[in-house]
Design a protein around this ligand. Structure first.
Ligand code: EPZ
Length: 439
């Protein structure tokens, strides 16, 4: 198992290009199952989650080919096997994205039911309710979801409400929208997720011939078509990766220029940074609001804020841990409330091992800014929690060893290389070679 060894206290300075979005690319790849045509996706990050999705699509008869320029092509060559097996689904919950496309295109699917994970319970009831509303018959057998289209072989358009106790569901909206594009008639998704990843999926499906209106708003209307064609689509940049590097610049009092920054999708994060005392300025001449050049300048003085995670366009849960790390060094008390995944606080205890002062009660954490953090061996528990630990380590005095960085590899391509290129002292080692690392 690999670890990161980080010597803190270096001011970051330089340029980082933001990658294509993992959370956009996963449902886009799955949507490749909806056509017999050629699918080309550009700007797909090279991450373990993406490789797992490529492996899954290969098993479902759609082999994927990755080129050195970050594009992935795929084409369905065999539609006889529609079983997403447990050994892939358990490594990556986003495997559930294949359910909608498979039922819609092949008339049936068997997808292992994802279990809980480090950030909470994560049910998929809304995905299933949505597909049932389109006429799918759903059963559970041996830990698998078995979904079948109606006798006619085609799903039927319907009005579907996707609001749950914590707002809408991003992948649930992706699943139902992907299924509805081939259904007979009109589907209205009410309380749809408004995340930019959903807008990107709608854009790709539309380019394939789907008829979708309202993506990015809480009501999406889809008029089913008989078939979809191939597509050549560029994935949007990763707003969470961009936000993570913004926090890295801020906590080191550094200055980073981010290229291909999806600023338009980051208002809640940049507004929070503004209140914390971090400048975020769009520069350059790009007129694509999702691919701006942005300079992030940390002043060295950080102010406390109140943050509440919410569905988009609210503050994203996927940046909660990184901002918490940043706020450990802010003046005063910050209050962070997690309204999407109330249990998503595994980083709290690890940050406290580095000297942070954080008091958690239920879904709220009060972060009292301290003068300094000190390096320590810490344990990565999930993708974003681990990114938070790296951010804290960049500012901590001394050496931090972040164990289990395979969590980070799920969502950040070459994190250590990108940070080292802008001045961080960070290196990847095997746990066996580092004293005090968890082997
Ligand atoms: C997506 O997960 C992202 N994953 C997550 O990013 C992200 O944290 C999450 O959206 C919220 O923004 C991908 O896109 C691959 P949800 P998803 O369904 O779609 C509840 C990362 O770090 N819910 O929008 O699975 C659920 O428990 C990952 O990159 C139900 O109650 O999340 C949660 O409280 C982690 N029933 C809330 O809704 C359901 O059927 C939102 O979850 C589905 C969800």
């Amino acid at each position: 198992m690999d670890v990161f060894v980080i010597e803190g206290g270096r001011r970051l300075n330089g340029r980082i290009r933001v990658n294509g979005s993992k959370n956009a690319a996963l449902p886009l790849l799955a949507a490749g199952l909806l056509t017999d045509g050629d699918v080309m996706l550009r700007g797909v990050p090279d991450l373990s989650d993406i490789r797992n999705m490529e492996r899954l699509l290969g098993e479902l008869g759609a082999p994927c080919e990755r080129s050195a320029d970050g594009s992935v092509s795929l084409k369905v060559v065999d539609d006889s096997d529609s079983h997403a097996r447990y050994d892939i689904v358990r490594t990556m919950r986003a495997s559930i994205c294949v359910l909608g496309p498979l039922v819609a295109k092949r008339g049936g699917a068997r997808v292992s039911l994802p279990g809980g994970c480090a950030i909470g319970q994560r049910p998929v009831d809304l995905h299933l309710r949505g597909l049932e509303a389109l006429g799918a018959r759903i059963e559970l057998e041996g830990g698998d979801i078995i979904a079948k289209a109606p006798e006619s072989g085609r799903l039927v358009g319907a009005t579907v409400f996707l609001g749950g106790p914590f707002g809408s569901t991003v992948l649930g909206t992706a699943n139902v929208m992907s299924a509805a594009v081939l259904a007979d008639g009109v589907t209205v998704i009410e309380s749809a997720a408004c995340e930019p990843e959903i807008v990107d999926l709608a854009k790709m499906l539309t380019a394939m011939g789907a008829r979708i209106e309202g993506a990015g708003s809480p009501r999406i209307t889809i008029t089913g078509v008989e078939s979809l064609g191939g597509v050549d689509h560029r994935v949007i940049p990763d707003r969470i990766e961009a936000g993570t590097y913004m926090c890295a610049a801020a906590i080191t009092g550094g200055e980073l220029t981010l290229e291909d920054c999806p600023l338009d999708a980051m208002m809640a994060a940049t507004d929070a940074l503004h209140h914390i005392g971090v400048r975020v300025d769009a520069v350059g001449s790009s007129d694509d609001p999702m691919r701006r050049e942005v300079v992030v300048t940390g002043s060295g003085e950080l102010s406390s804020v109140q943050l509440t995670t919410q569905p988009h366009p609210g503050f994203p849960t996927d940046l909660q841990a990184q901002f918490m790390a940043l706020l450990t060094l802010a003046n005063g008390n910050s209050v962070i409330t997690e309204k999407i995944f109330p249990e998503r606080f595994l980083h709290v205890a690890e940050l406290c091992r580095m000297g942070a002062s954080i008091h958690r009660q239920g879904a709220t954490a009060v972060v009292t800014g301290v003068e300094k953090l000190t390096g320590a061996p810490v344990m990565a528990s999930d993708l974003r929690a681990s990114a938070g630990l790296v951010i804290a380590a960049l500012a901590a005095r001394g050496t931090t060893v972040v164990n289990r960085v395979y969590h980070i590899d799920r969502g950040y391509e070459s994190l250590e290389t990108k940070l080292a290129e802008v001045g961080a002292m960070i290196r990847r080692e095997t746990a066996e070679s580092v004293e005090g690392a968890a082997v």
